[in-house]
Each structure stands twice: as structure tokens, then as C-alpha cells.
Design a binder for this molecule. Structure first.
Ligand SMILES: C[S@@+](CC[C@H](N)C(=O)[O-])C[C@H]1O[C@@H](n2cnc3c(N)ncnc32)[C@H](O)[C@@H]1O
Ligand SMILES: [Zn+2]
Length: 382
């Protein structure tokens, strides 16, 4: 198929050497070039998002490695009319270009074998993919430069520094995100919201606001695909959606507010808190619904998981920026037995509240019920 030096590779290997297949694309991964089979789901959901944008797009696959992401976006979606690969490794760029050619990508293909910080000055993008190792933070300002000529653009960001964003690594989180994380049962939503707030602040410096189309946590990474709109007012509006989440370790009460709340709103104990973080929506419901209908028309290997994930995300729109682990609540409040999940959702609904499962965890729910009702629906007698 191509002249790149390859050797057979087993699925678990992350640094390449092999000829592989993903969703019908056969591609070569030269030795020492990164490829992770486990990210197929992430590439599929991102490709659905590219399709759901529906506008003609010049896509830049920065951090492209083998180019599999960009190639999939261009092959699977008619609206990609230009595809540019960027990677600091020349071998990666050579492979990406050959892989695109071998797969007969119809979009115009170009490539830039440079550090993204240099390439940012010479490339424009409607849709930019940022998929680095670890934190995306050092590349966010670079990302905004790709949009200098655009009033509206799309940014797709992956963060794999989950231990920093979703845990107790305060110093690393302050360094990379200027925000305090919180190690608690809804830490993945906190991590995602910290990343979003950081993007808001960098975008604001470039006179842009964000609108999350879809953002989620899966396996070892966090992902957000955002619509970027140019304008000072757009930037101000987004910055005004930053705030904090306070949490009581004693009774599991939590609240979102402009500033941290020092005392628990339920038991009065001293709270811990996370932030600043994004308190706006994580997804655009219509956009996610469109992604789900596109998924129904495709034969992805992860079709069922994608469909489930997307419908859970649709249900998260309009709900508070945190979720509850019912096992944690029952343990802390000595509630026995732990109710069945569906029964608990019915109990909250019977009290007049909305309660939904969340993509963040199969054992957690999102609800708009006040904390007292969250407990009462579990069988708590006070
Ligand atoms: C996680 S891999 C990308 C995986 C790829 N997007 C995929 O879906 O298979 C990160 C890639 O970024 C490249 N890279 C690292 N630092 C870079 C930088 N400053 N500028 C451009 N590329 C960089 C690496 O060479 C590597 O190929
Ligand atoms: Zn409390």
C-alpha cells in the first residue's frame, strides 16, 4: 500500500509499527508514531460532530500522528473540503499524507511538519483538532490563532491529564488550569468544567466566546467540541458563566455559585470547593440529537455505545452542574437498602423533580431536586 517501514503491531501497543484498520480505513503506523486503539470511540464521536456541523469545513488535524483522525473526518463527512495535517514529527506527517492518499481522501490535503506554535501563524481552520499528550493548556493560545480570519469556528480539544483535572493534584491543576480541583464522587464533571473555563479565558483574550456543542468524560480522557464566536460581548458572556462548586464531605451536600460557599447549606459543616469552573451547559441538545441521528445511519463498531452516550448527554442539558452517587448518599446517611436506580428516578419524578442518568457514571444521577428531596426520595427520614 505504501513505502513506510512497518511491522506487525498488537492492539495494546501505543507506539506504532503496523498496518491497521479502523472503521474501514486501512492505514500504516510507522515505528514510534502514536496510535491508540482505545481512542476509536473518541474519533467516532468527533467525526459525528464534524458531520453535524453541516457547513463546509477546512479541518486542521494538529497533533495528527498517523493522520487517522483527520482521514476519518474527511472520509466520513461530505462537508470537509480541506484537510491539513500538523505534527512536530516529520515521520508522522509523511505517514499521514501517504495514509490520506492511499485512502483516496477527496478533500484537498496539505501538511505542515512543525511545532503547532509555529504552524499556528500560517494556517487557518474552520475546525481545529487539538489532541496532544496530556494537557491541552499550553496549546490553547496557538489554537485561537488558527481562527484569526474567522468570525465563527470550531475547536475540538482532548485532555488526557485526568489525574490532574479530576483529582487531588492541586499544584499541577493550579499551574495548568489556574483552578482548584476536587477529589469527590463527581470529580469528572468538575475536571471537565475546569478545562472548559480555562478555554473560555484563553478564548476571551482573543475576543472569542465558546458554546459547547458536546463535552464529555470517557475512559482516561476528557473531550470538548466547541463553537467559537468572535466578539467582546461573546467573551464577556462566557466569562460571566464561571463560578465554583462547594461540597460538604460530611453530608454530601453540594452547590454551584459565583463564589465558594464556606458553610454547608444542609448540616453547617465547613465545605471544600472546586473552581473557578464553567457553570454553563456542557452540550447543545439539538446538536447532540443530530449527532445521534447521523450515528444511526453509520455502521460504526461502537454504534450502540455512541447511541447510549449521546442520549444520556441529551438528558443532561438544563440540569445542575453536578451529579449524585446514590451509594455514597446511602452510606453517609445510613439508608438501607439502596433503592433500585429506576425506582429512585421514579421517586424523584413523583416528587415533581427531573432526574436523569448521566454519561459520567452508570451509578450516578443528575437531578434538579434540592438536597433534602434528593435524600427523602432515597428513603431518608431526617
Ligand atoms: C496523542 S498523539 C495524537 C494522536 C492522533 N490525533 C490520533 O487520534 O491517533 C500526539 C501527537 O502530537 C505530536 N506533537 C507533540 N507535541 C507537538 C507540538 N508541539 N506540535 C505539533 N505536534 C506535536 C506528537 O508527535 C504525536 O504524534
Ligand atoms: Zn453538610
Amino acid at each position: 500500500m505504501m513505502e513506510i517501514e512497518v511491522e506487525e503491531m498488537d492492539d495494546k501497543k501505543r507506539m506504532g509499527g503496523g498496518r491497521l484498520e479502523e472503521e474501514g480505513i486501512v492505514f500504516a503506523v510507522p515505528k514510534k508514531i502514536f496510535y491508540n486503539t482505545a481512542m476509536r470511540f473518541c474519533r467516532s464521536i468527533s467525526s459525528l460532530a464534524v458531520g453535524a456541523i453541516e457547513e463546509p469545513l477546512e479541518v486542521v488535524d494538529a497533533f495528527c500522528a498517523s493522520g487517522i483522525r483527520g482521514i476519518r473526518y474527511a472520509k466520513e463527512n461530505k462537508n470537509v473540503n480541506k484537510l491539513t495535517f500538523i505534527d512536530i514529527e516529520k515521520t508522522a506527517i509523511t505517514a499521514a499524507k501517504k495514509n490520506a492518499k492511499a485512502n483516496k481522501v477527496k478533500a484537498k490535503v496539505s501538511a505542515d511538519a512543525r511545532n503547532i506554535s509555529l504552524a499556528a501563524f500560517d494556517n487557518d481552520a474552520d475546525f481545529l483538532e487539538i489532541d496532544p499528550f496530556g494537557t491541552p493548556s499550553p496549546y490553547l493560545a496557538d489554537a485561537m490563532r488558527f481562527f484569526n480570519s474567522r468570525k465563527v469556528a470550531y475547536l475540538s480539544v482532548t485532555a488526557t491529564d485526568v489525574a490532574v483535572l479530576c483529582g487531588g493534584k492541586l499544584a499541577a491543576s493550579m499551574k495548568n488550569y489556574q483552578a482548584k480541583p476536587l477529589n469527590c464522587s463527581f470529580t469528572h464533571e468538575i475536571g471537565l468544567r475546569i478545562m472548559l473555563r480555562r478555554i473560555v479565558d484563553v478564548a476571551a483574550e482573543f475576543n472569542m466566546g465558546i458554546e459547547p456543542l458536546i463535552s464529555f468524560s470517557d475512559q482516561h480522557y476528557l473531550k470538548a467540541i466547541l463553537k467559537m464566536r468572535r466578539g467582546a460581548q461573546e467573551a464577556f458572556d462566557c466569562q460571566s458563566q464561571a463560578g465554583f462548586i462547594s461540597f460538604c464531605k460530611k453530608c454530601a451536600w453540594r452547590a454551584a455559585s459565583k463564589f465558594p460557599v464556606q458553610k454547608c447549606g444542609s448540616c453547617g459543616a465547613e465545605t471544600d470547593w472546586a473552581g473557578p469552573l464553567w457553570l454553563g451547559e456542557l452540550h447543545d441538545k439539538c446538536f447532540v440529537t443530530l449527532m445521534r441521528s447521523i450515528n444511526n445511519q453509520r455502521g460504526y463498531a461502537d454504534k450502540a455505545k455512541l447511541s447510549n452516550f449521546l442520549s444520556l448527554m441529551e438528558g443532561e442539558v438544563g440540569m445542575p452542574p453536578y451529579y449524585y452517587n446514590i451509594h455514597e448518599l446511602c452510606k453517609i446517611h445510613h439508608i438501607q437498602p439502596v433503592p433500585r436506580f429506576d425506582d429512585y428516578i421514579k421517586a424523584l419524578t413523583a416528587l415533581g423533580f427531573t432526574a436523569r442518568r448521566t454519561h459520567f457514571s452508570p451509578i450516578c444521577i443528575k437531578t434538579d431536586a434540592p438536597f433534602r428531596s434528593v435524600l427523602e426520595a432515597l428513603g431518608w427520614k431526617g
